[in-house]
Design a protein around this ligand. Structure first.
Ligand code: F0G
Length: 356
């Protein structure tokens, strides 16, 4: 019998090197991120009918469980090449987890500032386990970001928030993968919007593939903020953003203008969804067998909202980016689900509660 060959994926910096800033091979810091599956949603027919093809780009399957790994491998590799010994970021959780993991992998120190009590437990545990210096700020993400920008200006530490240009370069590779996986670009691309880097990065990725003649058409970029943290939709910064989707609890996004540009150039929209709509979509995704964190579900919640407005045509292909893994935020998962039943270890009692 012939062995089934599986290729060992080399991580996005090596796999997509012709589309990315050059970095010396021995400076690359990678956990072989990227190459995440594009999964067709099969169980949503009752909601959408059979005319739509909805695909889920499951970024929760990256090494630290979110899309941030794509940008972090690029940013940390460059910091490493430039001789930096330390990186710093503000984070709603996922960036800090990725920064901590890639820093320790590359022999750099990581400093992370997080809003106290407002990041999901899985993310906090990652930053702690990978040995980052974790500082909880008694404030929100926007305040923490302002501080780390100042620190990185004054001290020898590289800022790895998405203002670091290498972050978005790495993140755009998810758009390349989607085009490769589908064989074309989708008609619509839905994703959550927080600091607004990812929508900017995807748009750049799609445009580059079009310029190279790899795809013929560009998607419409469809970004969704959480209703309580929707500065772009409302047209002004939000002082005290609030949402169950803690990853996108951001009131003054860094890539605001670039995101608006992506929306306008693509003929898309940036809109918002309520926490109830997010949790509804989160549970619907779980019924596909795909577990994502609440913020990720803002993408599908956006599809549902747009479907109600009747914008789609039969045969449209839609991609939703599921930005982070559901295991990041077990608290919200448990709160959103039926509680387990507790019984003594006796057959008849078990059979009874099973309903046989
Ligand atoms: N989804 C998840 C799971 C995220 O962690 C983030 C951002 C977003 C969506 C929004 O992406 O910021 O590019 O618009 N998380 C950042 C962090 C802010 O610190 O982990 P964006």
């Amino acid at each position: 019998m012939q062995a089934i060959k599986t290729r060992n994926w080399n991580g996005i910096v090596r796999e997509f090197q012709e589309f990315l800033p050059k970095v010396k091979d021995d400076s690359i810091v990678t956990l072989r991120e990227g190459n995440t599956p594009l999964i067709e949603a099969l169980n949503m027919g009752a909601l959408f009918g059979n005319g739509l093809k909805i695909f889920l780009k499951y970024e929760g399957l990256n090494p630290t469980g979110s899309f941030k790994d794509r940008g972090m491998t690029m940013a940390v590799s460059k910091a490493n090449e430039d001789g930096s010994h330390a990186i710093i970021c503000a984070s709603t959780g996922n960036t800090s987890a990725a920064a901590a993991a890639y820093a320790v992998r590359g022999g750099l120190r990581a400093y992370v500032l997080i809003p106290e009590g407002k990041i999901a437990l899985g993310k906090l545990s990652q930053a702690m386990m990978h040995g980052a210096k974790v500082v909880q700020v008694q404030g929100n993400f926007d305040e923490a970001l302002t501080i780390v920008k100042e620190v990185s200006k004054a001290y020898p530490v590289t800022l790895v928030n998405s203002i670091n240009p290498y972050r978005l370069e790495g993140q755009k590779t998810a758009a390349f993968e989607i085009c490769n996986q589908l064989g074309f670009a989708p008609r619509y691309h839905f994703l959550p919007v927080g600091n607004a880097g990812n929508i900017t990065a995807y748009w750049r990725g799609y445009k580059e593939f079009k310029e190279k003649g790899i795809i013929e058409n560009l998607p419409k970029m469809m970004g969704f903020e959480a209703e309580g943290a929707a500065p772009i939709v409302k047209g002004h910064p939000i002082k005290n953003p609030e949402t169950v989707a803690s990853a996108i609890r951001i009131g003054n996004p860094s890539s605001w203008e670039a995101a608006v540009k992506a929306r306008d150039e693509s003929g898309g929209v940036i809109d918002m969804v309520s926490d109830d709509e997010i949790i509804y979509a989160y549970k619907l995704l779980a019924k596909e067998g795909v577990f994502c964190e609440p913020a990720s579900a803002a993408s599908l919640a956006g599809v549902i909202k747009m479907h109600k407005r009747d914008i789609f045509k039969n045969g449209d292909t839609i991609v939703c980016t599921l930005t982070g893994h559901g295991l990041k935020d077990p608290d919200t998962a448990i709160k959103s689900s039926d509680k387990p039943i507790t019984v003594p270890p006796e057959l008849d009692k078990v059979v009874k509660v099973l309903g046989f």
